[in-house]
Design a protein around this ligand. Structure first.
Ligand code: HEC
Ligand code: HEC
Length: 207
């Protein structure tokens, strides 16, 4: 019966072709989904980066032996230095001036255990220029440099750490003016961190 055999063969061929098509387009859809998720994660990271490099954050994440002050990120007055653990030196330690909360009458900002981020968590170069987005992303996602923080721990830090929260309640300067806050609200910042974490904390490639 050659006709039925031909028909049978045609069926098998069509079936195999359909199978291959379905398989390939499934793989394409999956590859597209992965690429979209990464793109969303990278967009969310760029929002996170605008906050990290805002003066209210980066003034404590320096690459030098001193903290910075103000929106122009000038060197901290009185020759305040980092000291062995970011808390200054005995004669001039951070807690000697910075209390657990802002002191608006004197203009000294404050928060619990006010101190500099360790050098492994610096987001600037030695000339006080903010590091590019890719470098900051690699720093915060590197367990060897970020204090062994998982992605979930980073999310929790951005949502709850007291020194992070301070940046949105930074208090008054000695001249009585209000300090500026980061470009996103805290809720937007946490939402962007969450989108980035859920996308697998992608980082831009180094240029
Ligand atoms: C002699 C008192 C004194 C000591 C010691 C001191 N600070 Fe300050 N700090 C101040 C005052 C006052 C201001 C506010 C200056 C202003 O806003 O013009 C300030 C501001 C800052 C700011 C700027 C906040 C901002 O974003 O504008 C940071 C960051 C900071 N201090 C970190 C530290 C760290 C870290 C230490 C310890 C290593 C420290 N300070 C030690 C008095 C001190
Ligand atoms: C007064 C100083 C200070 C300010 C202001 C500050 N940080 Fe930090 N930050 C630290 C210290 C100190 C650590 C180290 C961990 C610790 O001791 O809590 C740290 C650690 C971190 C980490 C851990 C991961 C890593 O590798 O860097 C993140 C994320 C972070 N800070 C985000 C922020 C953000 C966002 C802001 C502003 C909204 C901010 N910080 C403002 C002092 C500061």
């Amino acid at each position: 019966m050659p006709r039925t055999r031909t028909a049978g063969l045609l069926c098998v061929t069509l079936f195999a072709a359909f199978g291959a098509w379905a398989f390939l387009s499934g793989a394409r859809v999956e590859a597209r989904r992965v690429a979209d998720k990464r793109a969303e994660g990278l967009a969310a990271w760029e929002q996170v980066y605008t906050v990290l490099t805002h003066p209210r954050c980066i003034n404590c994440h320096t690459a030098t032996n001193y903290p910075q002050q103000g929106d122009e990120r000038r060197r901290h007055f009185a020759n305040v230095v980092r000291g062995p653990d970011g808390r200054g030196v005995p004669a001039l330690n951070c807690a000697g001036c910075h209390q657990k909360a802002n002191a608006d009458s004197t203009g000294v900002p404050g928060g619990p255990d006010w101190h500099l981020a360790p050098l492994s968590m610096r987001w600037q170069d030695e000339n006080d220029r903010p590091l590019p987005s890719a470098a900051v992303c690699q720093q915060v996602t590197d367990p060897k440099r970020n204090g062994q923080m998982s992605a979930q721990a980073l999310l929790k830090h951005n949502a709850e750490a007291e020194l992070v929260l301070w940046a949105w309640e930074p208090g008054r300067r000695p001249d009585g003016s209000e300090r500026a806050t980061p470009p996103l609200t805290h809720a937007e910042f946490v939402a962007a961190t969450r989108r980035w974490v859920e996308a697998g904390t992608p980082c831009p490639s180094v240029k």
